[in-house]
Design a protein around this ligand. Structure first.
Ligand code: FES
Ligand SMILES: [Fe+2]
Length: 441
């Protein structure tokens, strides 16, 4: 296996935060079967999906004893339920009598889950409370012998995380550097203000691959050219030994990449400066000084304007877009006051389909409105999954998903040779290396 570690490092000319470990990356081809083959899909399920921590639920959406949420992952359905002592426990949504799912609800409150088949009653703590004809079981009364099958479950950043491996390492160890970097944001206090879920006709990795690179930004999202320094030379890429990736894009900085000369201040940046008591007119000849000036003002005024968490963020976290690929299936893009969280889950049986969630969490809807261009209100209610194309998810996700579907069609062709990646796309190769390391284990 040849190594491209130095090739990647040379493509990052800027240091916006301390580097991660950046393990060596292979230069193996990323062949089309990885996105189409049922055999590869089975290996991923058995060796990877059932061994990793999965972001599944949200603790603030289940405040009371007996409140539960149910999330599907592949063929599995997991019940997360609030306990008497305030903790959360997670169980397979499977009756231990003869295997019926206990419920088709997605959320609710229940102290008892009554199986629809023979009405065995399971407590929300997993114990079996009652069965029909308990004396008729030669192995002994089921209530004394059986419990629901529990899975490891932890809460971090307000999310409920589940691991289908009973011998898994802790969530903190799995998250590696993400744990500390996310701790400053007070994510647990943010509410979901945008929620769209759609079935997409492509493998789940096609979308995560797309989120592992910014090479497509000028071509797939040309409308972003004004708001970020999208040239890779002004972006920091990192990969962690745990399998996660990070990309920090210099924010509050108009793009140099497409213009070659000093650009004007884009309107959203000028508005943001005014909010933080900076006069854009003072910066017309020195637009690249805006970023540091903004950081200073946010530090100075943040505490008095309801952003006390700024004290826990780095300077780069105040102004720069911090984008993470959480292994295996989430992409999170943080600004100082909110996060766009996108999650991909495999279809239960078809490797060429997945379920895509597009969410935004924040405490400050005014800032989120300008980040998403959508008017936002708190939305914790269940929303039905739509079929791709039935309604818009917003311009940027529509663009990403449309190109992912195009790519899936090409990836299944015999004429695809397995890719030819640029240095700034090495996080894609790293993502596939990590999947392979789970499969090979
Ligand atoms: S399968 Fe659940 S009670 Fe029979
Ligand atoms: Fe994109």
């Amino acid at each position: 296996m040849s190594i491209a570690k130095n090739k990647r490092a040379k493509n990052t000319s800027i240091n916006l935060a301390p580097s991660w470990e950046n393990p060596e990356v292979s230069t193996l081809p990323i062949e089309g079967f990885r996105y189409t083959s049922s055999e590869f899909y089975e290996k991923e399920w058995n060796q990877m999906w059932t061994k990793v921590w999965l972001l599944l639920g949200r603790i603030s959406e289940m405040p009371s004893k007996g409140d539960y949420q149910i999330e599907e992952i592949g063929v599995e359905s997991i019940i997360m339920v609030r306990q008497e002592d305030g903790s959360v426990r997670a169980f397979y949504n499977v009756c231990q009598h003869r295997g019926s799912r206990l419920t088709n609800n997605t959320k609710g409150n229940a102290e008892v889950f009554r199986c629809p088949y023979h009405s065995w009653e399971w407590s929300f703590d997993g114990t079996l409370l009652s069965v029909q004809d308990p004396e008729d079981f030669p192995q002994g009364n089921p209530c004394e012998e059986l419990t629901l099958m529990e899975v490891p479950c932890e809460v971090f950043a307000g999310f409920i995380w589940v691991n289908l491996d009973p011998d898994c390492k802790s969530l903190k160890d799995f998250l590696g550097p993400l744990w500390d970097e996310w701790s400053g944001y007070e994510i647990d206090q943010w509410m979901r203000v945008l929620k769209i879920s759609t079935n997409v006709p492509c493998n789940w990795k096609v979308i995560q691959d797309n989120f592992c690179e910014s090479y497509h930004l000028p071509t797939v999202h040309p409308q972003l050219a004004d708001s970020h320094e999208e040239n890779y030379a002004y972006t920091q890429f990192d990969t962690s030994t745990e399998g996660h990736n990070r990309m920090i894009m210099m924010g509050a900085t108009p793009s140099r990449g497409l213009r070659g000369e000093t650009p004007n201040l884009p309107t959203p940046l000028a508005e943001r400066m005014e909010y933080w008591e900076l006069d854009p007119a003072d910066f017309t000849d020195r637009v690249f000084d805006v970023r540091l000036a903004l950081q200073e003002k946010m530090r100075e005024l943040g505490g008095t304007r309801g952003h006390s968490h700024y004290a826990n963020l780095s300077d780069a976290q105040l102004t720069d877009s911090h984008h993470y690929n959480l292994f295996p299936n989430c992409s999170l893009t943080f600004s100082a006051d909110g996060v766009l969280l996108q999650r991909m889950r495999p279809d239960p049986s078809d490797p060429q389909k997945c379920l895509f969630d597009h969410w935004y969490y924040t405490k400050d809807t005014e800032i989120a409105d300008s980040a998403t261009n959508i008017e936002l209100t708190e939305t914790n209610d269940f929303q039905e999954v739509i079929q791709y194309g039935e309604q818009s998810m917003g311009l940027i996700p529509d663009q990403d998903i449309a190109i992912s579907i195009m790519q899936q069609l090409g990836l299944r062709s015999r004429g695809y040779r397995g890719g030819y990646l640029s240095g700034q796309e090495s996080r894609i190769r790293r993502f596939h290396d990590v999947i392979d390391s789970y499969i090979e284990e």
